[in-house]
Design a binder for this molecule. Structure first.
Ligand code: DC
Length: 229
């Protein structure tokens, strides 16, 4: 049995993180939510008034001041920014509305990709995001590209936010998903696209369990064959 890295990419709110977390738990791997890292940088920028009009300024200062880590608490990975738990704050709408712009800044990507590659250096990692199979782990043994119908994705995100007591309209969420997909897949630096060797999974009509079983079988196949397959 050889440990592998599993890269899960796809559009916003496609259920990537649920899939990645379940896989990591089942395989006893480490789950890393790369989107949480972009969200943490965005939160820092917004909270420190580092935005002027449409432009983010002083990115260098922000990046040198930031320390992002994950702490595994009660079975969940919690995002910490400079020692504070920001897990709830990074999911708020004002962060979602700005994160794609911040994630398109090359300096931000360079720093976070370096950190992500370091976290995956010893394998046994499941990481989800937008450029994991194309840029972060181009040699990942298993690459999955997840997609789903926009209405279903909006409904899932709506229910997730309602459950957390965050009130947002259906339309607001749908517009945000459209906008993020557009920015994420058209930006110049590492845009979102399906790697040639990634397996496409459309989960519009799949339950969480059906999707999980499919990908778990693929992962077990790769792990038993080792990295030479
Ligand atoms: O996965 P998420 O929705 O929490 O990600 C938030 C944003 O971060 C997303 O709109 C695009 C960006 N992102 C990215 O550019 N690259 C990644 N590897 C992960 C996220």
């Amino acid at each position: 049995m050889n440990p592998i890295n599993i890269a899960i990419d796809g559009y916003s709110s496609c259920g990537k993180s649920t899939l990645a977390q379940d896989l990591a738990k089942s395989l006893n791997y480490t789950y890393i939510d790369s989107g949480a890292m972009y969200r943490a940088v965005t939160l820092y920028i917004l909270n420190n008034d580092l935005v002027k009009g449409d432009a983010v300024f002083d990115v260098k200062k922000a990046l040198s001041d930031i320390n992002i880590e994950f702490r595994f608490i009660n079975g969940k990975n919690i995002t910490y920014l400079n020692g504070s738990n920001v897990e709830d704050d990074i999911r708020r709408m004002y962060v979602s509305e700005n994160v794609s712009v911040v994630a398109a800044i090359p300096e931000v990507r360079r720093k976070l990709v370096e950190h992500q590659q370091y976290l995956g250096r010893n394998k046994s990692v499941v990481m989800d995001g937008r450029d994991i199979g194309t840029v972060v782990f181009p040699d990942a043994e298993l690459k999955i590209f997840v997609t789903a119908d926009i209405e279903i994705r909006t409904k899932r995100r709506y229910e997730e936010l309602m459950a957390k007591g965050i009130t947002v309209s259906f339309e607001e969420i749908k517009n945000n998903l459209h906008e993020r997909d557009f920015i994420d897949s058209t930006r110049e630096d590492s845009p979102l696209f399906q790697a040639e060797d990634a397996i496409l999974i459309d989960n519009t009509n799949l339950s969480i369990e059906e999707q999980f079983n499919k990908v778990l079988a693929l992962a077990k196949g790769k792990i038993s064959k080792g990295s030479s397959s």
